[in-house]
Design a protein around this ligand. Structure first.
Ligand code: OXD
Ligand code: MN
Length: 598
């Protein structure tokens, strides 16, 4: 399939180490993929779902001990520990290679090694980067076929170039004690062993498109970010694009696929999804920032997805989708908590054990997933495959904060925006294990995904801003959809109504509305956020109204001053010589502003 010596030599070396019974190159043809589907069904690796209900859909269960990304077993192996920084696990590359060699040697005996060429970004696009994943899992091949562009066309585009990302995945024994997800940024290499769970084994996603790509982007002058990308079309047919970063479990996929409230739909507003998880951002010929979604599908969390929360995501999963760790129903359909209020009876849970929904246990794993082709999405953007990407008007950061952050505020300038991204935080909810309400800093929502020292990553953000003329820089905002009243009720309706806040941002980008300068940045004047048509009950006897909007836009100076102390503690993790002075200055200014406003 290729004469590329760099590829052939590496494949040969990996095959000599892992010793599979056979090696199969994936050309990406439907014929070959179909044969693999049949084989995986015959061995039980995947199960065929009801083809009348869910054509082209399959079901898979992972091992019970292998259901999520493993941050404590994820490593960045740069030559020095400082390059990986204080927020990554690090091991000396030589030591790690030796450890992995021991684990990989002979681990594919009796198995087939699939050689999978894939592209992140449209093949041939100036954004595109190519990878080859070696894997002993058909499940991985079939998922990668949904999540990325694969096959011969990728090898053709790569030609003789040695410029590709090497990825070696082996399920081995799914041994959690010897599970490693390892990145060698200087070698363009990713190694994953002893897992079969998506985030650890679909190497194009978090491993390549975020960790390795963030490192490449720093060297090459572009950015790899954990961001959704969406387009908002106004009644005149003009579309403006926004990229947004939220920590996991803050509704990124829901925002990416937002359905405008009826009030706006009637006026002709539309929202288009470009991506739900990752954005690669480059400076275009006109000097603006452009973003592409390097992925080809959605690897979404199933629980909580329903006709109301995200009908577009649900529609995306109705064909050619792989479901992992959800409940398989008796008629070959799928179910998960939050899909509807009728759990199926007399079926097995995600572990394959008999399950009685009335005993309070969950049928689907909370991190059960669908892998769905992006093109299934009813609101997929016509620009999804645009090789040049889409121009960004705004960048949004957001987290889950009960009290501190207002509904929305705007950065004073690019560097202040980088500061806001660097202090991004979310509070733990009752759904997570551990204490409730604990603030977890997750800068730019990249904490688990940054492939190098995060202080240098902040500097890269500052430097990227310098390359763009002020009037072409995207404006930077922070949102908080999750503010609570004193009894723990959400004050803001969320979901489709979030569009109202996005439209305020676009008005700001176009200079159409003024804002109020505060200690933390620019806040909207309440009258500039349109709340007409909101019909939201906060609790019995309390409907959403203008007074609630005012509360959402209020700033509690003391809780911000407490936050400043927390930010100082977080910043103290980094080498002060590496942390950009622009961030320190912005922190000092925030503290000073807050004290002055007391
Ligand atoms: C994801 C995550 O799986 O961010 O996308 O955890
Ligand atoms: Mn993600």
């Amino acid at each position: 399939m290729t004469n590329n010596k760099a590829v052939l030599d590496w494949v040969q070396e990996m095959v000599a180490m892992t010793q599979p019974d056979q090696v199969v190159w994936i050309d990406g043809s439907e014929e070959q993929l179909d044969a693999l589907r049949r084989e995986a069904v015959s061995t039980g690796e995947i199960e065929l779902l009801n083809q009348d209900l869910l054509p082209g859909c399959y079901y898979h269960r992972t091992a019970v001990n292998d259901v999520a990304r493993v941050e404590d077993r994820t490593f960045i192996c740069t030559p020095t520990k400082e390059e990986a920084g204080p927020t990554n696990n690090w091991m000396d590359p030589a030591e790690m290679y030796a450890k992995l060699k021991g684990l990989y040697t002979g681990c594919m005996k009796g198995r087939t090694c699939y050689v999978l060429p894939y592209s992140m970004g449209p093949v041939g696009s100036p954004f595109a980067k190519y990878g080859i994943e070696l894997t002993d899992s058909i499940y991985v091949v079939l998922n990668m076929n949904i999540m990325t562009r694969i096959g011969q066309k990728v090898l053709d585009a790569l030609g003789d170039s040695p410029d590709y990302i090497k990825g070696l995945h082996a399920k081995a024994n799914i041994d959690p004690e010897n599970r490693y997800i390892v990145h060698f940024p200087q070698d363009n290499t990713i190694c994953s062993i002893n897992s079969g769970y998506g985030g650890n084994v679909l190497l194009g996603k978090k491993c390549f498109a975020l960790r390795i790509a963030s490192y490449l982007g720093r060297d090459e002058g572009w950015m790899a970010e954990h961001m959704l990308i969406l387009g908002i079309e106004n009644p005149k047919g003009e579309v403006k694009y926004i990229a947004a970063a939220f920590p996991s479990a803050c509704g990124k996929t829901n925002l990416a696929m937002l359905i405008p409230p009826e009030y706006y739909r009637k006026k002709g507003y539309k929202v288009w999804t470009v991506g739900d998880d990752i954005a690669w951002i480059r400076i275009g010929e006109d000097g603006r920032m452009y973003a592409v979604n390097p992925e080809y599908g959605f690897f979404g969390v199933a629980p909580g997805t329903n006709e109301k929360s995200n009908p577009n995501a649900l529609a995306s999963t109705r064909k050619n989708t792989i479901f992992t760790n959800v409940v398989k129903t008796a008629d070959g359909g799928v179910w998960w908590e939050g899909l509807d209020k009728n759990p199926p009876k007399g079926v097995n849970n995600w572990k394959g054990e008999p399950w009685d929904p009335s005993d309070g246990s969950k049928g689907a794993h909370p991190n059960s997933r669908f892998t769905a082709p992006a093109k299934n999405c009813p609101c997929i953007s016509p620009e999804f495959e645009n090789p040049k990407g889409v121009p960004l008007s705004a960048i949004v950061f957001g987290g889950r904060r009960a009290k501190t952050a207002p509904l929305v505020y705007e950065a004073r300038d690019w560097n202040h925006g980088v500061f806001i991204g660097s202090i991004l935080a979310s509070e733990t909810t009752a759904a997570a294990t551990g204490a409730v309400g604990v603030v977890r800093r997750d800068p730019m929502s990249m904490l688990p995904f940054c492939g190098y020292n995060m202080a240098d990553y902040f500097q890269h953000w500052i430097d990227m801003g310098k390359k763009v003329a002020k009037d072409k820089q995207p404006k930077i905002f922070n949102v908080n959809w999750f503010r609570l009243d004193d009894e723990g009720n959400f004050l803001w309706p969320g979901f489709g109504d979030n569009l109202r806040v996005l439209l305020w941002m676009l008005d700001r980008c176009e200079g159409k509305v003024d804002a109020v300068e505060t200690a933390i940045g620019y806040l909207p004047k309440p009258e500039d956020i349109n709340i007409e048509g909101i019909d939201y009950k906060i609790k019995d006897g309390k409907m959403f109204d203008e007074s609630v909007l005012k509360e959402l836009l209020s700033i509690d100076t003391q809780s911000w001053l407490d936050d400043v102390e927390n930010i100082k503690e977080f910043y103290a993790k980094f080498d002060p010589a590496r942390l950009p002075k622009e961030l320190k200055e912005n922190l000092a200014k925030l503290e000073q502003n807050l004290k002055a406003s007391k």
